[in-house]
Design a protein around this ligand. Structure first.
Ligand code: G1P
Length: 303
């Protein structure tokens, strides 16, 4: 069955982005000029999904408001002949049907995903999860993952290779050959959330794209709190693997930005801005001079 729903966990407090996230949800922070949530909506629509189930907390309603049409703004831009801006504002209209799912308490990623169960139609046998903190580039990995599900059934995850010392920040795969000679696919034989480096089964880790079989909801109901006292999606997947459910991983060799912390977010902005015809050339020139040995910077001298 074709992918219909993408679940987007977006209820977090964004503590790594305080003080900005005191009033602005981190999913609305712009990568150049486009909020992370629009990039996710775009990726979901490109993967063929028609519904975006955004898991939010009551204090983050601005995320859903972003999907509402603003007729006054559109009329004003139109009257002023600001066609480029009008096009940008309208891009999200009709892109995908965004529905809000409430997560009352932050009990973990697995719990957030479980909250979205009732948004699925009765006949949906799989759905995707896209974490807005992860920008996985170029778009299109979900299509690769859907291809793998068509071949093997079950659940398909997205993995990428990291230096060994970084594994404890991620869900880590134990993998085996899938046996079909395709270098982008591995069979997952186990999965562990944020292990110590010494205990990690590999250096192939989960990035924020999941194509989950509907049976994950049943597994989540049977999953006890794990790392950090939270219900982990990693543990629910590990439970399914133990019960013989087929789980495969698509090995992503493209780019990735971590929008969940200022350091990663800045890289994403610079990367996107350098490719932008409006900002790229002058940014490149400024960066080159800023990075030259005799550059003087007064940034940060604000007290
Ligand atoms: C979550 C998952 C983790 C995964 C990561 C990818 O962790 O729990 O398994 O590797 O996303 O970004 P978080 O970054 O939310 O702590």
């Amino acid at each position: 069955m074709a992918l219909r729903t993408v679940v987007v966990p977006a209820a977090g407090l964004g503590t790594r982005f305080l003080p900005a996230t005191k009033t602005v949800p981190k999913e609305l922070l712009p990568v150049v000029d486009t909020p992370g949530i629009e990039l996710i909506a775009r990726e979901a629509a490109q993967a063929g999904a028609t519904r975006l189930a955004v898991v939010t907390a009551p204090r983050k309603q601005g995320v859903m408001a972003f999907f509402d049409r603003d007729e006054l703004l559109e009329e004003t831009l139109e009257a002023r002949g600001k066609t480029d801006q009008l096009e940008k504002v309208r891009a999200v209209n009709g892109m995908i049907n965004a529905v809000s799912v409430n997560q009352e308490r932050p009990l973990g990623l697995g719990h957030a995903i479980a909250c979205a169960e009732s948004t699925l139609d009765d006949d949906e046998d799989c759905f995707a999860v896209m974490l807005p903190d992860d920008l996985v580039l170029p778009f299109g990995v979900m299509n690769e993952m859907a291809r793998i599900r068509r071949r093997y059934g079950g659940t398909v995850l997205c993995g990428f290779e990291v230096p060994e010392e970084d594994v404890s920040n991620y869900g880590v795969f134990e993998i085996a050959d899938a046996g079909d000679g395709d270098p982008t696919v591995r069979r997952v034989t186990g999965m562990v959330e944020k292990p110590d480096v010494a205990d990690a089964p590999s250096n192939i880790v989960a990035t924020g794209r999941y194509l989950l079989d509907r049976s994950i909801f049943d597994a989540l109901r049977r999953t006890e709190p794990g790392k950090g006292g939270e219900i982990q999606i990693t543990d629910a997947i590990a439970l399914l693997i133990g019960e013989g459910h087929p789980v495969h991983v698509y090995i992503h060799r493209g780019g990735r930005h971590d929008l969940g912390n200022p350091g990663g977010f800045i890289r994403a902005c610079v990367d996107f801005a350098l490719n932008d015809p409006a900002y790229g050339p002058s940014l490149q020139e400024w960066l080159t001079s800023r990075l030259s040995e005799d550059a003087v910077s007064y940034a940060g001298v604000t007290d």
